[in-house]
Design a binder for this molecule. Structure first.
Ligand SMILES: O=c1ccn([C@@H]2O[C@H](COP(=O)(O)O)[C@@H](O)[C@H]2O)c(=O)[nH]1
Length: 251
């Protein structure tokens, strides 16, 4: 939701529907970007590149700045290993974390149950546990190479329903499948969509992309934006343009 803040005499908006990906290699680079973005971004995604290099320090830093955190480590292993891995990550105090839905129902339901049990013990609200459906970089050729015969969108809906049945809070999917997943899984299910590109930006290695506005119209609850913000000459301006696009009445 949009939350208005007065900054330096002007108005800027913070909107938890935008999650900015911190795909950087050092704490110093991440801190510099977070400083530049200021109050325009309240939700950050920490993925493998940064977490493997910096570890829990980045989470501590973001929490110190009152930012929300999606820890995107995409766990994919046997049920016990994933469940206990998530329990270890819970100590960091993140808001969202994730597993691969292709790990299957048993893995996901054990993970969801273990996260709830541990949250009860810790006396906290459990972090949201979501599952990757089909990576947004996959195109038809990649998909065929895996020997998959069901179309990508059908498989994404199938994995979303499996995740919901297993007790997860939502999924990561491309904006192309968001509408079908929203219809199948209902209004309270989280649908986080990477593969978001403002008009005019390059697709990079993403295949199933849409603009921020279209992704949200399709039913995404949150959008992930990485390179269009952190590689921009002026990251704050890039973030504010996305905010303006998704909150047209507010500008
Ligand atoms: O299917 C997926 C799952 C995760 N991601 C992650 O989102 C960001 C996207 O970054 P861009 O620079 O905006 O392309 C990145 O961290 C991925 O690891 C995804 O893209 N697709």
């Amino acid at each position: 939701m949009a939350e208005y803040k007065f900054i330096g005499g002007g108005i800027t908006m913070a909107d938890e529907r935008i999650i900015a990906a911190l795909d950087l290699r050092t704490l110093a680079e991440a801190e510099k970007l977070v400083e530049k973005l200021g109050d325009s971004i309240v939700f950050y995604k920490v993925g493998m590149e940064l977490f493997y290099a910096v570890g829990p320090e980045i989470i501590k830093y973001l929490k110190g700045k009152n930012k929300k955190i999606f820890l995107d480590l995409k766990l994919h292993d046997i049920p016990n290993t994933v469940a206990e891995g998530l329990v270890s990550l819970m100590r960091l105090g993140v808001d969202i974390f994730n597993v691969h839905a292709s790990g299957g129902f048993t893995m996901m339901s054990r993970a969801a149950q273990r996260v709830r049990e541990e949250a009860d013990k810790m006396g906290i609200n459990p972090p949201k546990l979501i599952a990757i459906t089909v990576l947004t970089s996959m195109d038809g050729d990649d998909w065929d190479g895996l020997g998959m015969h069901m179309p990508i969108d059908e498989q994404a809906v199938r994995l979303a329903l499996l995740s919901k049945d297993a007790g997860l809070d939502g999924v990561v999917a491309s904006p192309h499948e968001a509408a079908r997943i929203r219809r199948a899984c209902g209004k309270n299910f989280m649908i986080v969509t990477p593969g978001v590109r403002p008009t005019g930006s390059t697709a990079d290695d993403q295949s199933r992309i849409a603009t921020p506005e279209q992704a949200l119209k399709n039913g995404a609850s949150q959008i992930v934006v990485g390179r269009p913000i952190y590689k921009a000459d002026d990251p704050r301006k890039a973030a504010e343009q996305i905010l303006a696009e998704i909150n047209p009445a507010d500008c």
